[in-house]
Design a protein around this ligand. Structure first.
Ligand code: GLA
Length: 385
């Protein structure tokens, strides 16, 4: 893919790029909607990602080409405003605005990006684009940005240019991923820790290709409920609550009946998820993959029962997975309402499990889902030719 985009860049602009960066997508393994609640998550960068190539322009024009569509969006470097057509450009324009808040961008640029992360699959193709463009452009303009700051720039682009009030999971995972390891993220301290995944474990991505309408609105609404719940607990608990991270499952159980029922259900999910992540880390440390897999199934049930961010297509796969020999656990990964299921399996079972999932899915929904093995991979980087 790198060779393809290098050549396409040269053909399009008539000269070679000067800087290239790569950022991977991510899979969320445990810890759903915990990030903006300052909880914990376990994720991995994956071996699908996006390249961003750039060279400085002689004038103030920024030209940005989506290499898969060969569509161009241009703007003046001083006004990277949000666009309403070719909205893929917003992720880069938002990042550019974020960089401009931190440093000087005297000239325009010629840029092109190309990736292989399936779109809408819940594997964070948008975060990958933010991060690879952020790395390349910060290098082009010599603006010093550390990895956490880069993650925040990407997040702000999502908030202000794409309208999704996301947390930091996607950007941090793309930046801090490591080969054959999960990234454990504490979203309060923003510390990350790498947890090696033994050769006995593999992850399957099952992309339903379902994307339901109003997803962004649903996401933002979930976040609002979580914030309202945190404010409630801050009133009733004897200790301060600034986010649902500060509320234990036991505290939720003893106060849920006094809450607005919908807000209580929404709050249950991230609270339970953070506790599952902590339990899951201990199980991984002791090599208990079966136990870890059970937590993944519990996570999905919590999505269905409390957060209502699943959908029929995701539920088909998880329900089937519970009965397929060789599947240790399965759950929806990412925002929800469509996208992918991630399943934990032993590598030797990849083919039979994939086939079994495909068969059940096709019978239920009339088309195949895409199934692929995900390999935990290293995070975003500049490419040195
Ligand atoms: C999306 C968001 C993330 C996170 C997940 C759910 O991927 O972009 O910030 O909230 O959903 O865990």
């Amino acid at each position: 893919m790198y060779n393809t985009v290098t050549k396409a860049f040269r053909d399009y602009y008539g000269h070679a790029h000067t800087i290239a960066a790569y950022a991977p997508g991510r899979v969320e393994v445990l810890g759903n909607h915990t990030d903006y609640n300052e909880g914990y998550a376990l994720s991995a960068a994956i071996s699908y990602g996006t390249y961003f190539l750039v060279s400085p322009a002689e004038d103030s024009t920024c030209r940005l080409v989506a290499g898969d569509l060969m569509a161009e969006v241009s703007c003046d470097i001083q006004s990277p405003r949000r666009v309403t057509e070719n909205t893929w450009a917003n992720y880069v324009l938002g990042v550019l605005a974020g960089l401009q808040a931190r440093g000087h961008t005297p000239t325009g640029f010629n840029a092109m990006f190309l990736g292989n992360i399936p779109l809408g699959a819940g594997l964070s193709s948008s975060a990958a684009l933010e991060i690879c463009s952020g790395l390349a452009l910060s290098h082009l303009y010599d603006i010093a940005v550390d990895r956490l700051e880069m993650a925040r720039i990407g997040q702000k682009a999502e908030h202000e240019y794409a309208g999704v009030k996301c947390g930091l999971l996607d950007q941090v995972s793309s930046l801090f991923g490591e080969d054959n390891a999960l990234v454990m993220i504490d979203f309060r301290s923003l510390e990350t820790q790498s947890l090696a995944v033994g050769s006995d474990a593999a992850f399957l991505m099952c992309n339903t290709k379902a994307k339901h309408a109003l997803v962004d609105g649903e996401y933002n609404e979930r976040r609002e409920h979580c914030e309202a719940a945190a404010a409630f607990f801050n009133e009733v608990l004897p200790h301060p609550v600034t986010a649902l991270r500060d509320v234990s499952w036991a505290e939720w159980e003893s106060h849920a009946s006094a809450m607005d029922p919908l807000t209580a259900r929404r709050a249950a999910h991230p609270i339970g998820e953070s506790e599952r992540v902590l339990a899951g880390r201990a199980l991984l440390d002791s090599g208990d993959l079966e136990g870890f897999g059970r937590l993944m199934f519990e996570s999905h049930d919590s999505s269905v029962n409390y957060f209502e961010n699943s959908c029929a297509e995701l539920d088909t796969i998880v329900a089937a997975a519970k009965g397929i020999p060789g599947v240790l656990g399965a759950r929806l990964s990412g925002g929800g309402f469509g996208g992918s299921v991630v399943a934990l399996i032993h590598p030797r079972d990849a083919e039979t499990v994939s086939h079994a999932i495909q068969t059940v899915f096709k019978r239920a929904h009339g088309h195949l889902c895409d199934v692929a093995v995900l390999v935990p991979s290293s995070g975003a980087r500049l490419i040195k030719d």
